[in-house]
Design a protein around this ligand. Structure first.
Ligand code: GTP
Length: 363
């Protein structure tokens, strides 16, 4: 993190656009998530006002019971949690990782002021365009930067295999040593070798990320991951964006599941009624993409998730990736006492099923 490039890349992000309607007025948290009240006199999981099981709530968690209390303008990173290395590996892990190749990469300036590099991957397992959203130009895809026979400098720049920044008239894909537009050479390595980079493995959610749905917090989680990776103190990071919509069952089936939820099922029951597993996803592609981005080895990663399955699954069949720490993703409404974030009856049920049925650790 020593060059001018880094300074521009990691500008602090202002508050991200909310995924809820601007006219929405949040109700106090106590009336929205009664199941997670920390009233010790109530019995777990049985009725409104009962606490979640103790192992799901960090001792350090302070419930946002005072909506008027001060919220910092820029939230720091949540406190990381050590990973339970003795946890069993998921049975459905493939023994061999799929092959992946980054076929194109481009700089994307974002509405928040931060810049990222969007990487499109192809792979040997399916025909979908899985993505790596990379914050930090020091993070390099090996397959992208590999030299291809017969390609010209123009070809390399067109597919994104260039160092620094493109500008009109640029003729080389290699680092330009002079200053000026595009002439800043970048650090190839992060100088803070002791801090594992931040990673989010995110599954596509058309409804939550594009169609303003308040049934889930997927859009908010995507925004929060980008915000944390863009903080001035951050060493960057990667959001691996997997096209496994609806926990792997696809958008059409997820919409059927929503109808079943409106008929009274929870999110897990709805999947099972449709003869799908509760969670049909796999993470081998994410592991392979992280290896391509040079995130293997002892330095490890810090994984932004509450999902215990993800932590073990992303490490791969032979622990090709090491998850050193888990960074919790606390719903914004919980953190801000309802001032920001998503408020709906449906999201209460969504989070409740994640905690109660899928073992999610939401502190
Ligand atoms: N089948 C089904 N999928 C849903 C539902 N709500 C959201 N999803 C999908 O669930 C996925 C969201 O998962 P992630 O954001 O990766 O999060 P997670 O695995 O739950 O765990 P975290 O890493 O803690 O966020 C997306 O693919 C959504 O489309 C639902 O009600 N039913």
């Amino acid at each position: 993190m020593t060059t001018t490039t880094t300074t521009t890349t990691f500008r602090a992000m202002p508050d991200l656009p909310s995924h809820i309607s601007p006219v929405y007025t949040p109700t106090p948290l106590s009336s929205r998530i009664p199941e997670y009240s920390l009233d010790p006199s109530s019995s777990p999981h049985s009725r409104a006002g009962s606490p979640p099981p103790p192992n799901l709530i960090s001792p350090a968690f302070t419930p946002p019971l005072t909506p008027e209390s001060h919220t910092p303008a820029v939230d720091p990173e949540p406190v990381p949690v050590p990973v339970n290395v003795s946890a069993p590996r998921p049975q459905k892990l493939l023994q061999k990782l799929p092959e992946v190749e980054c076929i194109v990469r481009a700089r994307i300036p974002t509405v928040t002021g931060a810049e990222m590099f969007l990487h499109v991957y192809q792979n040997s397992a399916d025909n979908k365009e899985h993505l790596a959203i990379v914050f930090g130009s020091h993070i390099r895809s090996k397959s992208m930067f590999a030299v291809k026979p017969g390609e010209t400098e123009r070809d390399r720049m067109t597919r994104g295999a260039y160092e620094g920044r493109l500008h009109p008239g640029r003729v080389t894909s290699r680092a330009e040593s002079t200053s000026g537009p595009g002439g800043v050479s970048e650090p190839f390595h992060d100088t803070r070798e002791d801090v594992p980079p931040l990673v989010r493995i995110h599954s596509e959610c058309y409804t939550g990320e594009t169609a303003w749905s308040a049934r889930c917090d997927c859009g908010e989680q995507l925004d929060e991951a980008a915000r944390l990776m863009s903080l001035p103190s951050s060493t960057g990071g990667v959001i691996v964006y997997l096209r496994q919509e609806g926990r792997g069952i696809g958008l059409g089936e997820k919409l059927k599941a929503y109808n079943l939820q409106d008929l009274g099922s929870d999110t897990v029951e709805a999947n099972l009624l449709l003869r799908h597993p509760a969670d049909a996803r796999s993470y081998g592609l994410a592991t392979a993409m992280l290896l391509d981005l040079d995130f293997g080895g002892d330095r490890g990663i810090r994984l932004l998730t509450n999902n215990p399955d993800k932590v073990r699954a992303v490490e791969g069949p032979h622990q090709e990736i090491v998850v050193k720490q888990r960074v919790p993703m606390v719903p914004l409404a919980w953190k801000t006492g309802g001032k920001k974030g998503i408020n709906s009856e449906e999201i209460e049920g969504y989070l409740k099923a994640k905690i109660g049925k899928m073992g999610h650790m939401i502190e």
